[in-house]
Design a binder for this molecule. Sequence first.
Ligand code: TYD
Ligand code: MG
Length: 463
Amino acid sequence: MAKTKTHTRFVCQQCGRVAASYMGKCPQCGAFDSMTEEVIHDESAAKKNAVNIRGLTGRSEPQPISKVGGEAEERVPLAIGEFARVLGGGIVPGSIVLVGGDPGIGKSTLMLQMAMEMAKTQKVLYVSGEESERQIKMRAVRLNDKKLPEQLLLVTETNLEVILNHVRASQPDLLIVDSIQTVYLSELDSSAGSVSQVRECSSQLRELAKSSGISVFMIGHVTKEGNIAGPRVLEHIVDTVLYLEGDRFQAYRLLRSVKNRFGATSEVGVFEMREGGLSEVTNPSEAFLAERLVNAAGSSIAVTMEGTRPILVEIQGLTSPTQFGNARRTPNGVDFNRLLLITAVLTRRVGLKLAEQDVFVNVVGGIQIDEPAADLAVAAAIASSWKDLPVKADVVFIGEIGLAGELRMPSQMVARLREAQKLGFKTAIVPKAIRRGEEYPKGIEIVEVRSLDQALDAALKKS
Ligand code: TYD
Ligand code: MG
């Protein structure tokens, strides 16, 4: 196709802001020297390319809401339960999903496992711009050496026009693109992975999904800052954004939905990376607590909510005298500022002398806790280490800490308490309820306290 160079524009590579002329500093995100020149291509040609894939044109005609078909979205079931849960129950035909995550975390593995599962009943096209067909096959054999599905087609390709031709020719039900940063449109001058390529390619894939009913999954790389590389607008283009997270050196992986037009957000699926790929962890609390040392100082159990699911995790704290100069605060799995706040409250309101102590906190299993509801467990782990007194056996902590050392009630207490009770914990130390909405479950002793001080008194063993 002839290039239709009408004129050029400048696009900020950080945030996607478009300007007519070059600017040294982006007026939107403030980045310096981030604008690059790009050629504007003929959009209508690109649109024409994308639709009509299955003879369906992008019909647009207003109709009464009652006449619009499909009360509940039709979903294709997915046999990987933890994955289906994050998607909201299965794959919605014609939806477009972005799967992000750090390099090497297991995105390609997850997509290939899904592709092999779906190919049992559907036709799946797996397009890779990163690995050869041979490499993918070798991985597939490793994941499932019994029988490779006939309906799974592989191709190594990065030119989006060619990819769309493959889609026309093979008519899959599911298309997987690994990764969006490797595909390009030859109409655009900028290189693959640039903001405009990523945006244009994903828009065309979106057109494809919406007009043909093919479900599209694309893998997106994550930058050092933790954002999906390319413009933020990518998140607006797709229906669902999933992140695969975890510590590369640990086995557990969390698949989290941060946006979902077809289900609840912040839903989480838990996997474990094994020899044969990602395997589902249906009871994450048990898995996270498996290696716990009972009766050791510096360990406590928090009940954190991941989406609608309560998960028990072990928090470890260690205090050790500072050797040179400033005391260090080193969190792994909890927010740094949250740790500063908790150590400050422990110092000022509880009287622990932490000013000349290095404080380390670690969440076992390599997961990241963002919730303030884990504050009390973090404080208990630190205090337990400092006093060298273990936390009493079978105790869980739930509660947010305020600056005055008071405890605040987090949401979904009943679900948290039920999970703790299910796993055999006998006591829960929780903030005192002003007004209890629901009855707390029986079979677990609830110790209600007002302040951090009282919580530590109740929790730490005195010999
Ligand atoms: P990969 O899916 O290639 O990561 P991404 O696409 O996110 O970059 O996963 C790579 C890692 O997963 C690699 O370090 C090896 C590990 N792995 C296993 O431990 N078991 C397996 O069965 C497979 C396929 C990969
Ligand atoms: Mg990969």
